[in-house]
Design a protein around this ligand. Structure first.
Ligand SMILES: Cc1cc2nc3c(=O)[nH]c(=O)nc-3n(C[C@H](O)[C@H](O)[C@H](O)COP(=O)(O)OP(=O)(O)OC[C@H]3O[C@@H](n4cnc5c(N)ncnc54)[C@H](O)[C@@H]3O)c2cc1C
Length: 410
């Protein structure tokens, strides 16, 4: 196939699908090349915070969302205590989260983009970029064992943490930035409707409390998604075996959850989390990077789905404007907007995860915070980046102030 599209997108995960939906809705010809056949397994906790719910609603999926498993907030287990922290009441975000297995979620959102007019080719892998006079003009894609040329005025690299294609564009992760590692499994469990994102902060390797957390998210179909994640800001992360960490985590869960080796119903799957704008700049001549490919995961909580949707839509808007005005093939404005929206918060997040990278400090901070529900509620708003633009209550003022403080030199 040699065809010319306005926009060709590498990857049909959250960020690729959101970009495709936005651009197709604006009437542009859009091709999504997704290397896997859908529906496909995706290594994820399947947790959607109010931030993700907002973008899914903005994409017109509100009715669909009403049928998904809901949670009220975070139930934190740490320092021998349990605390229930409902999501805050805000103007910009709803006060609940959702759980939806990625196997279904990604298909729903990509189908939604297709319904808006995007063309989707599954089992089609983008292999190498095509440049015309220094500007990206498409790529070679492998489909049914054949190499085919895809030509487009703009290319969006939404390949997630795969990195191969982004590397061919000269974009690699800044290794000084924090990275996450996480593993998950599904278990049959009577807690399928627990109503909370359960977070266990007491993740240990030997005696040390590590920067990370274990989770159990209720899927609502007779199963829960349980996993554990760790940050690279812990100096000894290379020596930690994620499978052992997961087995230890599961062994400490209360018996009524029935999350045991006997109830497991999927293989453990692990992945990397590229955080805090760690692939920069996310633009180049004729192309933009979105979601994990641009390292856009929130370092504070490992959330990446919402940021994938958001950056996909922002990229879509910049390309839409460029297609209308016929301007420069270098969309610096996209990078500037990402820096404006996420820069201060991600800098705060990078400082925070550096701080908790010290096991003794992590243990002390958690122990202190678990004495106060006010502190923990603020922590939830802060770590989930739930900033209300016009919000002026104490939590919102605190969050805005923390972002400003993080801009000061250490
Ligand atoms: C264990 C784990 C748990 C997590 N839990 C959560 C959570 O609970 N909530 C949350 O918000 N985030 C979570 N995340 C992060 C989240 O999964 C990612 O941030 C999110 O998937 C990013 O979306 P994306 O579209 O950028 O990339 P992806 O979802 O990775 O999508 C990329 C797509 O591109 C395709 N692709 C790759 N290379 C090519 C190619 N060359 N050609 C064509 N197609 C290609 C892939 O098959 C894939 O479908 C978790 C991550 C891990 C590892």
């Amino acid at each position: 196939m040699t065809a010319e599209f306005d926009v060709a997108i590498v990857g049909g995960g959250p960020s690729g699908a959101a970009a495709a939906h936005y651009l197709a809705s604006q009437g542009h010809s859009v091709l999504v090349c997704e290397k896997k056949a859908f529906p496909r397994e995706k290594t994820c906790g399947d947790g959607l915070t109010p931030r993700a719910v907002k973008v899914l609603s903005d994409m017109g999926l509100s009715q669909e969302l009403d049928t998904w498993e809901r949670v009220e907030g975070l139930r934190v287990h740490a320092a021998g205590k349990t605390m229930e922290l409902p999501f805050p009441e805000l103007q910009d975000f709803c006060n609940y989260g959702l759980v939806k297995p990625r196997r279904q979620l990604d298909q729903i959102v990509l189908d939604h983009a297709e319904a808006a007019g995007a063309k989707v080719l599954y089992e089609t892998q983008a292999k190498e970029p095509i440049f015309d006079r220094g500007v990206m003009a498409g790529f070679i894609a492998k489909r049914d064992g054949q190499d085919e040329e895809v030509r487009a005025q703009w290319v969006i690299c939404a390949e997630g943490a795969a990195t191969k294609f982004a590397r061919s564009l000269g974009r690699v992760r800044n290794e000084d930035y924090p990275m996450g590692f996480a593993i998950r499994q599904y278990f049959k469990s009577p807690m399928e409707h627990s109503g909370w994102f359960e977070a266990y902060l007491d993740v240990r390797s030997g005696p040390k409390q590590l920067p990370g957390y274990g989770w159990v998210f209720p899927v609502g179909d007779g199963t829960v998604n349980a996993g554990v994640g760790l940050l690279s800001t812990y100096g000894g992360w290379r020596a930690v075996n994620l499978h052992d960490l997961q087995n230890n985590f599961i062994a400490q869960l209360p018996p009524e959850w029935e999350v045991t080796p006997e109830t497991v119903c999927s293989k453990p799957r692990a992945g990397r989390l590229f955080m805090g704008s760690s692939v920069w700049p996310p633009h180049g001549p004729g192309f933009l990077l979105t979601g994990d490919a641009a390292g856009m995961i929130n370092p504070c909580n490992g959330e990446g789905i919402a940021y994938g949707y958001e950056t996909g839509r922002i990229a879509g808007r910049h390309i839409h404007e460029a297609l209308q005005s016929g301007g420069s093939p270098v969309l610096e404005g996209y990078t500037k907007e990402l820096e404006y929206i996420y820069g201060p918060y991600f800098r705060l997040g990078r400082r925070f995860v550096k701080l908790i990278g010290h096991p003794a400090l992590m243990e002390k901070l958690v122990g202190m915070a678990m004495h106060s529900k006010t502190v923990m509620s603020f922590a939830l708003t802060l770590l989930a980046n739930l900033e209300d633009e016009r919000g002026q209550n104490a939590e919102q003022r605190g969050l805005k102030m923390m972002k400003k403080l993080a801009e000061l030199k250490p």
